[in-house]
Design a protein around this ligand. Structure first.
Ligand SMILES: Cc1cc2nc3c(=O)[nH]c(=O)nc-3n(C[C@H](O)[C@H](O)[C@H](O)COP(=O)(O)OP(=O)(O)OC[C@H]3O[C@@H](n4cnc5c(N)ncnc54)[C@H](O)[C@@H]3O)c2cc1C
Length: 442
């Protein structure tokens, strides 16, 4: 009755890597994508991948001479809003071409037996006689029967949004829930300047990073609401921070989810992964390896749930929720809440945090006293505003509560609705990055 054990919708980094993991476990898997193979992932060229991730996710390290390889750097720098302070953190990063990296993953998955079908658009779910998800229908009316359907379609979340089930939240990822990312590929006018590292200014959600052209760089910002607003934020960033003079090569646009993940990733016959599950890092919106953290144990759970031709019920898949939410989910929930409070402040307040190693801290920096004590000291010396202090303490307090709550994620579906009710009330207190925007209409 089934053509495949699993059909994955979306052949980006999330869907392709998950297909590789499943195929390695002997699962019969098909990945479909609406795009032609030659156009896949063309929306984004250069991306960053921490070097330790190759070993963590069992991939051979990309090296000079490989088609996807561009360069490597070892430190990330972050600077304060008034550009007075810099923090240096060790992080070895590979700079690579995304479409070629995905091609490498795809070849690995194909070698393990995974199948790929391009120019195939998901249209709807199909159900069996017991009303359980049992495959998909494409826009050409082709029916592909499978015991599990995986949504890896990125921000459009095309499958998750069609699921009608109390365990699945089918909201769209709207303009307030994502960052529009505006990248300028540029050539620096001064040939003596080389951008060989990533420097970010979190206050502006702006950065400068290396790219493949000699003497080139990428200048980027991320902003909620719209591409127009992102363009405006880019101007504000460049008016405030003295970047090296440059000539524009071309612009690139993208978007990354910036909201909490759904509370459950699974229900009967269904799993959501990657950007469709909003698994991006709260600190910078990167989403490739943070999504793979969920995929790695999920592949074991799925392979086991499908064993002996069983149908993968939500009970059998639930461990995917539990393992993710109690670890990375708990950490990111707390951090996301804290960051919403940390960006709601003036440039002077932001500089005070940098000056005193609060939140923004170099690896080798020793900070005396507690965070709260140092913030209160700043208020008493009139170097840090009371309103920023109260927002930050509130955000930190809610963040801590969220982390604790996520660590208590229910082991089985039974406790889910009670857990969800409390989680919702905590998230209501957090609000969104978009709540801090006051100049959108200026
Ligand atoms: C400008 C920018 C820079 C970034 N830089 C980094 C970085 O340096 N490091 C990092 O880790 N992350 C980075 N990210 C985030 C990262 O790119 C994403 O988190 C990641 O690519 C998401 O992968 P995905 O497979 O979940 O989704 P996607 O890459 O969006 O893939 C989804 C796939 O589903 C297909 N699809 C959609 N609808 C359908 C349909 N109806 N039927 C069939 N197929 C469909 C699409 O064609 C697409 O191929 C960046 C994001 C942006 C925008």
């Amino acid at each position: 009755m089934y053509n495949y054990d699993v059909v994955i919708v979306g052949a980006g980094t999330a869907g392709t890597y998950f297909a590789l993991l499943l195929a390695k476990r002997g699962v019969k898997v098909l990945v479909i994508d609406k795009d032609a193979e030659k156009d896949l992932a063309k929306r984004l060229d250069i991306f960053h991948f921490t070097s330790e991730s190759f070993a963590e996710f069992n991939l051979e390290e990309s090296k000079e001479g490989d088609p996807e390889f561009v360069s490597k750097f070892s430190y990330c720098y972050s600077r304060s809003a008034l550009d007075n302070y810099e923090k240096k953190n060790f992080l070895e990063v590979h700079v690579m071409h995304l479409p070629l990296f995905i091609k490498r993953l795809r070849n690995l998955a194909i070698k393990e037996g995974a199948k790929f079908q391009f120019e195939t658009t998901f249209a709807d779910l199909i159900y069996d006689k017991d009303n359980r998800i049992s495959g998909i229908k494409t826009s050409k009316d082709e029916e592909i029967r499978s015991r599990l359907v995986v949504d890896a379609s990125g921000i459009p979340s095309v499958v998750r949004r069609k699921v009608s089930d109390p365990y699945i939240e089918n909201w769209p990822i709207g303009p307030r829930d994502k960052f529009y990312v505006f990248l300028k590929y540029v050539l620096l006018d001064d040939p003596k300047i080389t951008i060989d590292r990533s420097i970010s200014w979190p206050y502006y959600k702006g950065w400068i990073a290396p790219q493949q052209s000699k003497g080139g760089a990428i200048v980027g910002v991320g902003a909620n609401l719209s591409t127009d607003y992102a363009r405006k934020c880019m101007k504000k960033f460049e008016d405030s921070i003295p970047l090296p003079k440059y000539t524009l090569q071309y612009e690139e646009w993208g978007a990354t989810p910036y909201t909490r993940p759904p509370f459950s990733f699974v229900t009967d016959g269904f799993l959501v992964i990657g950007d469709a599950a909003c698994l991006t890092k709260p600190m910078n919106g990167e989403g490739i390896t943070s999504a793979w953290v969920q995929s790695t144990p999920a592949a074991d759970v799925v392979a086991y749930a499908l064993k002996d031709n069983k149908y993968p019920t939500k009970e059998a898949l639930w461990k995917i929720n539990y393992l993710y939410q109690t670890k990375e989910g708990a950490e990111f929930a707390g951090l996301r809440a804290l960051l919403v409070g940390a960006v709601a402040m003036s440039k002077e307040d932001n500089d005070y945090l940098y000056a005193n190693g609060i939140i923004f801290k170099s690896d080798d920096e020793e900070v005396k006293g507690s965070v709260a004590g140092n913030l209160i000291k700043g208020v008493l010396k009139r170097k840090f505003s009371y309103s920023a202090l109260s927002k930050l303490l509130k955000a930190s307090n809610t963040g801590t509560k969220l982390t604790i709550h996520y660590k208590r994620y229910p082991l089985t579906p039974e406790g889910y609705f009670k857990w969800k009710k409390k989680a919702l009330s905590l998230w209501e207190k957090v609000g969104s990055m978009a709540d801090n925007i006051t100049d959108a209409e200026e």
